[in-house]
Ligand binder design. Structure first.
Ligand code: SAH
Length: 240
């Protein structure tokens, strides 16, 4: 082998070694950041469900954010994911998930797939997740990430979540991560008897996170938290 080829080989080996080392180091950094997030943002603020805390410790949130924001993935705020949409703050994801009081046998419907992060958390906790996203590029990107991570129990549909997913209904739990003014009738209908729904309702500046339970066919409503989510829109961009 010529010395030039030798040099090239040496350089290649050095570069490979460097890349391997930095990627291991950053994986460790992400683990540390994730553990810190769970302790400081979730446990210290009152999230108690061990199952929820475990799921949030396991799911690699940085895989769901745009490359340019990867270092901020575990910070205490929502992040833009493109198309004017956001991935919710970690605490809100944990709070909504805990409020649903999930059983491992539940079938969950999510409206607003976004990055797919909330769906992955749900996928860790229940048997089957059905999630709907109206913005095609986001739905496709979320499907790609969830498939790469091996979630076979999460089904993504691109469409208008206002209508729910009638073929898969009824759902023991429904989580809505975009905000309509009122609770969509199809979602009320698709909630199983004894089921729970968590949904941010209200005007664009003043919304309330509401927990709905269905008992003997009637809905009970409990206010949980003032919040601000992106609006639920129809395919023409009009707000529901
Ligand atoms: N759960 C997401 C956060 C989603 S942000 C996550 O973990 O990343 C809210 C999402 O709801 C946006 O992606 C938005 O495009 C979507 N959305 C808005 N109106 C919708 C509708 N009618 N049906 C389905 N998705 C909708």
């Amino acid at each position: 082998m010529s010395s030039i080829a030798n040099n090239r080989l040496a350089t290649w080996m050095l570069v490979s070694l460097f890349t391997a080392q930095t990627s291991t180091a950053s994986a460790q950094d992400f683990n540390a950041l994730r553990n810190k997030m769970v302790t400081e943002q979730l446990r210290n603020r009152g999230i108690k469900s061990v199952a929820v805390l475990d799921a949030m410790t396991k799911v690699e949130r940085h895989k769901f954010v745009p490359e340019a924001l990867i270092k901020e993935a575990y910070n205490d705020y929502p992040l833009p994911i493109g198309e004017g949409q956001t991935i919710s703050q970690p605490y809100i994801v944990a709070f909504m998930t805990e409020a649903l009081n999930l059983m491992p046998t539940d079938k969950v419907l999510e409206i607003g797939t976004g990055s797919g992060y909330q769906a992955a958390i749900l996928g860790e906790l229940v048997q089957e997740v059905f999630t709907i996203e109206i913005v095609e590029v986001l739905g496709l990107q979320a499907t790609k990430v969830l498939t790469e991570l091996g979630y076979e129990n999460i089904h993504v549909r691109i469409g208008d979540g206002y209508e729910g997913w009638p073929e898969a209904a009824p759902f023991e739990t429904i989580i809505v991560t975009c905000s309509p003014r009122k609770i969509p009738q199809p979602l009320q209908d698709q909630l199983a008897e004894g089921g729970r729904m968590i949904i941010p309702v209200g005007e664009s500046h003043t919304q309330e996170l509401v927990l709905i339970t269905k008992e003997k066919g009637k809905l009970k409503r409990q206010s949980k938290l003032p919040v601000r989510f992106v609006p639920m829109k129809d395919s023409g961009g009009r707000r529901y």
